[in-house]
Write a protein that binds this ligand. Structure first.
Ligand SMILES: [Zn+2]
Length: 691
């Protein structure tokens, strides 16, 4: 994600696949075969030889899992991939059409830019011919850096192109004034997916680090450097990044909002980082007014950056900047670059072959011009009736959670009143933006695609750079319309569901309530809503300000019950001998559990209102609710991807996202007749009681 903010996504799996597999096949694709429609509950996926009370995930999805082979280009298969494959067909038709007609569209129009963006990406012949020529001017710029002042200028220029070097500047919603944006500074600058890759002990971590040095050296050799000097420069890059990694907080430490809440004046920022000329930096990125106060998420990290800027020779910094530029550009250059980029990424995904070029270009176009693509996408896929029905499910979820809050025995009246006010103040966005983004300032041309890609990055950076001190844009979306995902943003207190996620298998206006409330209701809307009250979300108030509105006793109860959730998931195996990290995944696990509870209640409301149908395909509404919940997490992952996710993914593996919450619920045991002692009935003393 180019703009990682403090949002909580339902799943990051697809984003991970897209970023680590951003590599193209150079061969044209055969015409696409028809894809079968997805069902919210698909009884053909059930493994009737498994027992629901022993392993419900296996029961609900095992029939599918036994038959499934993960396609060679993917890290995993399952719901997200199946939905994306269908959405991509629609988006591709929109883009093919815009690309074919672009010469006849008005110059400067968004549609023409959209067509040009996709068409230049698809032009593999030009990419082969051009090799690395398109990025030579940018490399020359880095090569010309001689002084530390010039170094900072170059860091600023690369930040303006979203190249991840040193640290990250981003205007975000202010932690204590949610109505306004604030300049914020985050740790950054690493080429591997997490700081732990640099610091973990052991042979497998050592071999990943050796592979990284090889990869960096390979890019330098491709760029024309001699082998020996490429290797030596690669080791310098590794040395710099290791220092940055050691100074960075772990993902688990960052979960605590107060750990990254360090408001300070620009004068204090200067005192913290004496070797950074901030006046020069702000000028170079185009930020006229940084504001009275900025937030430095990790002061110790920024202090280290300042020290390194003074102590590391400029020549070593040039190698570091060069690598990051080449790394970002390589997926869009000629075959040797693309192959190396893929070979490195597959270590984290396990993918066996590259994605076809059209999928990679579609992903890039969606990422960079998603709101231009989204308008046509919505017209073709998401009628107003579907939106209205989805909103009804989400409304029932809100009402069901309010009801739970009113009856929670452990929560005091004071905290309860605040929680209810946070819930009623929670915003929701369903389907598509009310106001579409204006792409007038985006510069797209008939030129090498890598240059269009950097131009799109500059457009996005310039769109946001001057925000500190201005009013927060409450209409803005953090995901594009075709995205198969959703999020809750605590700083805006809102949940967001793109149209791409509101399709079968998640939701079908024609499906029964059991199915829709289990999937869209429980595992999507209920999940996102309760993020507002999870271990992170509960620290923000109704308006999105970081503030403690909990009484000490309620807070203590929450922490104690959350610790039971940590213990529950720490006990689950993820891959090989690695266990789930119960602290890293705590917020998502609380949301999965809360979602399952609230979705169940919402189904009861819907059944009262609309009447209770008899069994459908042999299952009661409650059974279909749990089947839909479980099937909504249907996923089959490669071990490489599961290993990466132990470190980077705040979500548990699919099996535990199902069996974890349902094993805590008497409603589940009742629906399937499970008895104490069955593996799907957890002993009462281990069951957390939060919602
Ligand atoms: Zn989530």
């Amino acid at each position: 994600m180019r703009n990682p903010s403090s949002t909580h996504r339902r799943s990051i799996t697809l984003a991970l696949v897209a970023s680590v597999l951003a590599a193209a096949s150079l061969h044209a694709q055969a015409p696409a075969a028809q894809l079968a429609p997805l069902k919210v509950v698909d009884v053909a996926m059930i493994d009737t030889t498994a027992r629901a009370c022993t392993n419900f995930f296996e029961y609900a999805t095992g029939g599918w899992l036994k038959r499934d082979t993960i396609p060679a280009a993917y890290a995993s298969s399952g719901v997200g991939r199946d939905m994306l494959n269908r959405g991509e067909r629609v988006a591709r038709a929109v883009l093919d059409d815009a690309a074919a007609r672009r010469a006849s569209l008005p110059a400067g129009s968004t549609q023409r830019k959209l067509g040009t963006y996709y068409a230049t990406c698809m032009d593999s012949t030009a990419a082969e011919r051009q090799g690395m020529e398109p990025v030579r001017p940018m490399l020359a710029r880095i090569g010309a850096v001689r002084t530390r002042a010039e170094l900072l200028d170059e860091v600023a220029r690369l930040h303006g192109e979203y190249v991840n070097v040193l640290f990250r500047y981003s205007p975000e919603v202010a932690r204590h004034d949610a109505a306004h944006y604030q300049a914020q500074f985050f740790a950054g600058g690493l080429g591997m997916p997490d700081r732990d890759y640099y610091t973990n002990p052991g042979a497998s971590a050592d071999s990943m680090r050796a592979a990284y040095v090889d990869h960096v050296a390979t890019l330098f050799v491709l760029a024309g450097q001699a082998e020996a000097s490429a290797r030596s420069d690669a080791q310098k890059v590794m040395a710099i990044e290791t220092e940055l990694a050691k100074a960075s907080l772990t993902r688990v430490a960052r979960r605590e909002p107060s750990a990254t809440d360090h408001p300070m004046s620009v004068a204090q920022l200067r005192a913290l980082t004496p070797n950074v000329d901030w006046t020069r930096y702000f000028q170079a990125i185009g930020l006229a007014r940084p504001g009275e106060q900025v937030n430095v998420a990790e002061p110790a990290f920024m202090r280290r950056v300042s020290e390194l800027l003074a102590s590391v020779p400029v020549e070593e910094w040039r190698a570091y900047l060069r690598y990051h530029l080449l790394s970002d550009a390589s997926p869009w250059l000629s075959t040797p670059w693309v192959r190396e980029s893929f070979a490195w990424g597959r270590r984290f995904s396990g993918a066996r072959e590259m994605l076809p070029r059209w999928k990679r270009c579609l992903g890039a176009t969606d990422g960079d011009m998603g709101e231009a693509l989204g308008q046509a996408y919505v017209q073709r896929t998401f009628p107003p009736e579907a939106r209205a029905r989805a909103k009804q499910v989400i409304d029932d979820i809100r009402a069901a959670f309010a009801e739970r809050l009113r009856h929670l025995e452990w929560m005091s009246g004071t905290t309860r009143a605040q929680a209810l006010s946070k819930l009623s103040g929670m915003g929701e966005k369903v389907g598509y933006p009310e106001r579409w983004r204006d792409y007038a300032r985006l510069q797209v041309a008939e030129q090498p695609f890598v240059l269009n890609s950097f131009a799109a990055n500059r457009f996005e950076f310039e769109r946001r750079v001057g925000r500190p001190g201005t009013a927060v844009d409450t209409t803005e979306w953090g995901m594009t319309v075709p995205t198969v995902d959703a999020y809750y943003d605590p700083t805006k207190n809102e949940m967001v569901f793109p149209a791409g996620a509101l399709m079968p298998q998640t939701f079908d206006p024609a499906a029964d309530d059991g199915a829709n409330y289990g999937s869209l209701g429980g595992s999507w809307a209920g999940h996102e809503l309760t993020h507002g009250f999870d271990d992170q979300g509960r620290h923000y108030d109704a308006r999105g300000n970081l503030s403690d509105w909990w009484t000490p006793a309620d807070s203590a109860h929450f922490v104690q019950q959350a610790d039971l959730v940590v213990r529950q998931y720490d006990g689950y195996l993820q891959v090989d001998t690695f266990h789930v990290n119960g602290r890293l995944t705590l917020g998502e696990n609380i949301a999965d559990y809360g979602g399952a509870l609230v979705g169940y209640d919402a189904l009861q409301r819907a059944l009262e209102r609309r009447g209770r149908p008899g069994p459908i395909e042999g299952y009661t509404p409650e059974q279909r609710y749990f089947l839909a919940f479980a099937q909504s997490f249907r996923q089959h992952s490669r071990p490489e991807s599961l290993r990466t996710r132990v470190t980077t993914d705040p979500h548990s593996p699919a099996e535990w996202r199902v069996n974890g919450p349902l094993g805590n619920m008497p409603q589940f045991a009742q629906a399937f007749g499970c008895k104490p002692g069955d593996p799907m009935v957890r002993p009462p003393e281990t069951v957390p009681h939060i919602w």
